[in-house]
Design a protein around this ligand. Structure first.
Ligand SMILES: [Zn+2]
Length: 245
């Protein structure tokens, strides 16, 4: 993989890893995701010394510090799933209000913009979280499968094996693909972002069945079937700020 991790010294006792990735783009830029992962996508033929100079400039370092602080603060007061009575959760980029009831049987129901959780252990936070994750999974998997099936005709002529889909909570990525077994794993939390972003992630992973790495061919393929994929990628970063934790 065309990736390099550069250790950037911010101050005397603070350094941060910066992921430098070669991509099919025209200009390099820098981004920080809410989990404080710093990535610098650079053009395929970019000379690396320019990048090191860019990273070590006072301006860049200031920008990094500022954003690290911003995200750390946002994390503390994050709009993440709040599975308590009156709290809110996000599903497909919409907000739902949570109601929890003690009940003989466990059940989770979406009605309008309300989420009702009936629970045998209504006071047990981790039990409620587990119940909700199970619910998300039963909703997300057929949804993801449908999106995947929609894209499959594109791949017919590339003679790829029939992909299988797995859904589970992941900490730091939206999805992964193992080309040898055609196994695609998607982050359960992907169900919280918009349909457009879900489509992008699934097409991205399917494309790996044809082009395993992130080389130029890979991006040309994405570009062909999703011309605005870069825009969606950025949107995903923003939405992720609200749902990934
Ligand atoms: Zn990828």
């Amino acid at each position: 993989m065309e990736e390099e991790i550069y250790n950037l010294q911010l101050s005397e006792n603070k350094s941060v890893p910066v992921h430098i990735e070669r991509k099919n783009i025209r200009n390099y830029y820098i981004k920080i995701s809410p989990d404080l992962n710093i990535v610098v996508p650079i053009p395929l033929k970019q000379d690396i010394e320019t990048i090191y100079r860019f990273l070590n400039s006072t301006k860049t370092k200031k920008w990094i510090e500022k954003n690290i602080n911003k995200f750390q603060k946002a994390k503390e007061e994050n709009i993440k799933d709040d599975l308590t009575n009156g709290g809110t959760v996000k599903i497909l980029d919409s907000q739902y209000i949570v109601y929890i009831y003690e009940s003989m049987n466990d059940k989770v129901v979406l009605d309008g913009f309300n989420l009702y959780i009936y629970s045998k252990n209504a006071k047990d936070k981790s039990y409620i979280q587990k119940q909700y994750n199970e619910f998300l999974k039963t909703e997300a998997k057929p949804y993801f499968q449908k999106v995947m099936d929609k894209f499959l005709p594109i791949f017919k002529k590339y003679n790829i094996p029939q992909p299988t889909l797995k859904v589970k909570p992941l900490k730091s990525k939206w999805g992964s693909c193992r080309p040898t077994t055609a196994e695609i794993t998607l982050n359960l939390h992907l169900y919280k972002v918009s349909d457009q972003c879900i489509n992008y992630v699934i097409l991205h992973e399917l494309t790996h069945l044809v082009h395993p790495g992130h080389k130029k061919r890979f991006y040309n393929f994405l570009q062909k079937y999703m011309p605005n994929y870069q825009e969606i990628e950025k949107k995903l970063d923003v939405e992720a700020g609200q749902v990934l934790y």
